[in-house]
Design a protein around this ligand. Sequence first.
Ligand code: BES
Ligand code: MN
Ligand code: ZN
Length: 543
Amino acid sequence: MQVSVKVGEIGRKGVDLVAIPLLELEPKADPKKRRLGRRITALDRSVGGLISAALGCGDFRGRAGETLTLYPAPESACKRVLLVGLGRESKLTSEGLRRAAGSTLNLARAKSARRVAMLVPSVRRIPVAEGARAAAEGAVLASYRFDTYRTHTSNNNKNNNSNNSSNNKQAETPVRSFDLCYEKLRDARTVRAACAVGVVVAESQNVARTLSDQPGNALPPAALAREAVKVAKAVGLRSQVLEVPELKRRKMGGILAVGQGSANPPRLVILEHRPATRAAKTRAAKTRAAKGGRGGAQPTICIVGKGITFDSGGISLKPSPGMQDMKHDMSGAAAVVGAMRAIALLKLPLHVVGVVAAAENMPGGTAYRPGDIITTMSGKTIEITNTDAEGRVVLADALHYADLRFEPQAMIDLATLTGACLVALGPWATGLLGNHDGLIEAVGEAGTRCGERSWQLPLLDEHKEAMKSSVADLKNAGGRHAGTSTAASFLSAFVGERPWVHLDIAGTGWSDKAGPYQQRGATGVGVRTLIELLRNWEPPKGV
Ligand code: BES
Ligand code: MN
Ligand code: ZN
């Protein structure tokens, strides 16, 4: 799908659907008196007053999520006009535009409209470029489908437009072009650039979704590593995959323990974006970068993802209902891979390292057991009290490895870590914890700006106390209380003094419900937050 910014032209001949996002009227306002502005008035005239007629009836008030499709006479400039509600102006953020674009795309797709135009409204509080970026994201995100395994879809039968009787899926035609239309723009270049950023970010989020949606049989740790390397190669990232012998040599007892019950061995994947050495044209710059050691002149940031390709719980087996959802237990890893892709394509001026800890948690005859005491790469020992608390065990090694090897300015991990987070925050917010207030705030605000909400949970000394073992340095599962905080406090033991933030995406990594730009399934959450954070990177205070 081609997403472009168009200035001046609306209702071009051949457009299959023109979307008009509209604000919600005040409760007592007369719909007949709605001010439509020059553009919409002109379009209304070209479709014989159809828009003003529909609005005048009061059928459409512009509530968030409300839509109304209108069909102009055949000889009109466009085949369909779609009214899309934005809700109240006082509540509207760029997320509203993301949703409006998503709804537009979904409807267009269901109606097999191939060429779509959206009249982007100007909203006082939303900078034009930010709005363009959000709209582009909404459209690209909404176009995501996970249908590679459905044998009778329009996608798979590209040459078969005839009615297929065994096609139980609603026929959909992918949208070919999505135009963001403006009456005039003061700085079209900036708006075009913002739109392009939105496309890259959303496509990268779709990459994360594709990985997360893959079932456990299709994506064991080795395959996840292969896919990560494939993405890395395509965008010019360095990549490195540590297999079992290397994990053993580095004494990564955590990831090895979790992986040992599966026939599919674990992997540690490292993806590296190095702007200085790649961009540097002169030899001097190259040597400078080389001498600057790990990151050259640029600050280093590590992003670490939990990559449990399937979580059965291990010997502490999970109950059967819902267990299939645990194919998504590598959503943190997926977000890291997606974000690294965007970081490379956007050429961010930072040294960013993505680390993925991939393992399958299975109850095989060689599985780790409750009661086992394992030694992690850091030397710290863990008493396993529940093999289902496996995410923190693989992350213990991944975080320590990142800390030791890259000495980053900051570390951020993403993990579908605790059911407790789903209980606490539901599917509505990501759990946000860490050891550095400034970094926590920066991550939280980045999430707010890009429509990925998070909510801070505490990390107290008492939480650390709850993870102490009588036979080892730590135990991997605390009691029933404050499960998300105790899990984070466990992780904090492996980040040293590094400013670190942990995002628990157990509730937000996938969705049971479809939304305006979200199908049921993987969300790819975290990609936008990471990019928003890193595009505005400021070193955490005290570093
Ligand atoms: N992957 C799960 C967490 C999870 C549960 C994510 C539900 C999404 C939805 C994790 O590995 C896990 O099993 N955690 C345990 C920890 C407990 C044993 C201390 C949990 O949350 O029950
Ligand atoms: Mn588990
Ligand atoms: Zn898990």
